[in-house]
Design a protein around this ligand. Structure first.
Ligand SMILES: N[C@@H](CCC(=O)N[C@@H](CS)C(=O)NCC(=O)O)C(=O)O
Length: 215
């Protein structure tokens, strides 16, 4: 199996799919591609219908879209252990994952994932609204044992991990419980492995460079 990903510093959707494979212990060859280059689009031709990453190749089966990749891995190789066991928690985790895909455009536009940067950006009303909603979601972890949104790690935590990284990059202030969730996510050795590799990258994607430097 092969997973095509973008630059680790910038590619939030790639990170989500990669985290799912790593947390669920699924072996795959990782193919790194440099975002927006000619080679990126030619490598993805015939593999990713959207010409975007992440893209999965499993034998002759090709799949794009991070959440679909997570579901495919979960069903095909993990016997469902990627989601919470309890059906209402599982439904809630799926709803929050769908919300991640469909929402938070203001936050995502204002604060692109940029792991190696430390910046300030203008937080307007729309971005503040997104932060407040995500803060409420992150508070869910405080009602569970295990540190993740539904206790043990599940796919929904992969969906929100890039947001945690954005909050670190842009120094966003959160409620104590939401901050505690972020710290728990940041301590995960799997995420730290991605961060370490992201910090070694030197390519710059100008459209994902936002804000002014902070200490
Ligand atoms: N909804 C898609 C989004 C994928 C996406 O936007 N990927 C970006 C990189 S993070 C990409 O490949 N961009 C290349 C392009 O837009 O040409 C998913 O969940 O996988």
């Amino acid at each position: 199996m092969k997973l095509f990903i973008g630059n680790k510093n910038y590619s939030s959707w790639s990170l989500r799919a990669w985290l799912v494979l790593e947390h669920l212990n699924i072996d795959a060859q990782i193919i790194p591609l440099k975002l927006f280059t000619e080679n990126f689009y030619s490598e993805l031709s015939g593999i990713s219908a959207t010409k975007k990453v992440p893209a999965l190749k499993d034998g002759d089966f090709n799949l794009c879209e991070s959440l679909a990749i997570a579901e495919y891995i979960n069903e095909t190789y993990c016997n469902g252990r990627g989601w919470p066991k309890e059906n209402k928690k599982r439904a809630h985790a799926r709803a929050l994952s769908a919300e991640m895909i469909s929402s938070f455009h203001a936050l995502r536009n204002a604060m692109p994932m940029n792991i190696r940067a430390k910046r300030w950006v203008n937080i307007d009303t729309a971005v503040q609204k997104d932060i407040q909603r995500i803060d409420a979601i992150f508070n869910l972890a405080s009602q569970q044992k295990g540190g993740y949104l539904f206790g043990d790690w599940s796919i929904v935590d992969a969906m929100y991990a890039p947001v945690v990284l954005r909050f670190v990059t842009y120094g966003v202030f959160l409620s104590p419980n939401a901050q505690h969730y972020c710290e728990h996510v940041m301590q995960c050795p799997i995420l730290q492995k991605w961060i370490t590799e992201a910090l070694k990258e030197t390519d710059i994607v100008p459209e994902d460079e936002a804000g002014i430097e902070r200490n």
